[in-house]
Ligand binder design. Structure first.
Ligand code: NAD
Length: 456
């Protein structure tokens, strides 16, 4: 495997300036949209074959989201590309300042298998909008979608977008090459490998990682709506969502009531027999065994598994302690453990004793409770009285902090992430402050000290 020819080809194309104009970027995004729409059925089939994801869920969480993101970028691109005015302090007059968003060059987009189409195409939209070329490396675990992505882009401008398929071996080779930006979505463990490889070339990167996202439920909440939103966010894609509520911290007074309300909603959404419902399956036998291994004896609902079908029922687990295996790693499956607290400060202590999560959910009718949680914890994002929806807004950046990653995307944030925001200051020849030039005597120095205080 030698990927340097592929990268050289994209770099030559980038250097020819053909990716930079508004027209070229809009054309690339329009071509991408056309490609998706023309192959919508094939994408739905691949997602079903990988995850038994039904076409409605596939559209809402992957295909439709990408179309919406492209439309949003097409609508706003001109504005995003325009020079951004900046204030010029008095000391620099006459002059003007602005920032120019410029593309990095050849980008590498790598993704995980859980939303295998969206997690490749989402960053690609940002890369193309920002005027870059892109090499895509989908996850080999979602093999059907990975193959389809490779096939679809054969008909695309290969100088602009090309696909590399494969697992660790191929990716290790690929990462030896010099990229101008790496956008990685995946686990914290592999994120460290990517960061190390990027460091060899001083390549900037975004790491969209995972973690254990808590949902804190106060005793003063709307129990029915809370249960409904938790069940929706947790069991979407069978819990294989980076921002799925990983575990529940519930006020001890309402634990039984919350568990019962959640049971009711699971039945409402997925029937008494979720195996025959639209619930997706675990991606692979390896992950099936991993998630199954986290189920222990404290099951209060669900617990059924079927290895041949890679099916794990929505499962509620009570009486969990922080030392249990299920609390030691990201679950990434349809298991929901419960831990109780009596005082909000205990809930905060538990959250802060663990790695910084990608998302945090808080359900409460009390403003003070909500604000205390937000102010005293650190997470990639927060969603109050809801799950997941904060990450789908084009007006909010989506990304992690600490172990859950760094950098962000969505709408203009993605464009900015994949652009270098270049500051430009233009001065005139008209007026020159003589005091700044050496030799600096006392009066010049006093003037400079005075001027420094007036930089704003
Ligand atoms: P992963 O880290 O195993 O794989 C991600 C990518 O890295 C794949 O393309 C894979 O081929 C590649 N890879 C795997 N091992 C590698 C190695 N040793 N060297 C180089 N490349 C390697 O992650 P996954 O299992 O596909 O996805 C699950 C994780 O991703 C979870 O932690 C989840 O929370 C996280 N995730 C995060 C987001 C987000 O937006 N923050 C979204 C989805 C998933």
């Amino acid at each position: 495997m030698n990927y340097s020819a592929l990268i050289d080809r994209q770099r030559a194309y980038f250097k020819s300036n053909q990716t930079r104009s508004l027209k070229a970027r809009k054309q690339a995004l329009t071509d991408l949209k056309k490609l998706i729409l023309e192959h919508q059925t094939a994408i739905e089939t691949a997602l079903f074959n990988d995850l038994k994801k039904h076409k409605e869920e596939a559209y809402v969480t992957e295909i439709g989201t990408c179309i919406a993101e492209i439309d949003f970028a097409l609508k706003h691109l001109k504005g995003w590309m325009s020079p951004r005015k900046a204030h010029t302090p008095l000391m620099y007059f006459p002059g003007k300042s602005y920032m120019l968003a410029q593309p990095y060059g050849v980008t590498l987009v790598m993704a995980s298998w859980n939303y295998p189409f969206k997690l490749i195409v989402g960053p690609l939209i940002a890369a193309l909008a920002a005027g870059n070329t892109a090499i895509l490396k989908p996850s080999e675990i979602s093999a059907h979608t990975s193959k389809l992505i490779a096939k679809l882009f054969e008909s695309f401008n290969q100088d602009l977008v090309s696909v590399v398929q494969g697992g660790v071996e191929q990716t290790t080779e690929l990462l030896k090459e010099k990229f101008d930006y790496i956008f990685f979505t995946g686990s914290t463990m592999v994120g460290k490998i990517i960061h190390k490889a990027a460091a060899q070339h001083l390549t900037p990167c975004t790491l969209e990682l995972g973690g254990k996202s808590p949902a804190i439920v106060d005793q003063h909440t709307n129990l029915k709506v809370t249960a409904k939103r938790l069940v929706w966010g947790k069991f979407l894609n069978a819990g294989q969502t980076c921002v799925a509520p990983d575990y529940i911290l519930v006020h001890h007074n309402i634990k039984e009531a919350l568990i019962n309300a959640i049971k009711d909603e699971i039945i409402n959404f997925y029937s008494e027999n979720p195996q025959s419902s639209s619930l997706p399956r675990i991606i692979s036998d390896k992950h099936f065994r991993r998630v199954q291994g986290l189920i222990d004896g404290k099951i209060v609902f669900g617990g059924q598994t079927d290895a041949k079908d890679r099916y794990i029922a929505p499962t509620l687990i009570d009486g969990v302690t922080l030392n249990d295996k299920i609390m030691q790693e990201e679950i990434f499956g349809p298991l929901l453990p419960f831990i109780t607290f009596k005082d909000v400060s205990k809930a905060i202590e538990i959250i802060n004793s663990m790695a910084k999560p990608l998302s945090l959910y808080v359900f409460s009718k009390q403003k003070s409770f909500i604000e205390k949680i937000i102010a005293n914890t650190s997470s990639g994002g927060v969603c109050v009285n809801e799950t997941i929806m904060h990450m789908t807004s084009a007006y909010l950046p989506f990304g992690g902090v600490g172990s859950s990653g760094f950098g962000a995307y969505n709408g203009k944030f993605g464009f900015d992430t994949l652009s270098h925001l270049k500051p430009v200051m233009k001065r005139s020849f008209l007026f020159d402050i003589p005091q700044k030039y050496p030799p600096i005597n006392k009066s010049k120095f006093n003037f400079l000290k005075f001027a420094l205080k007036r930089l704003s």
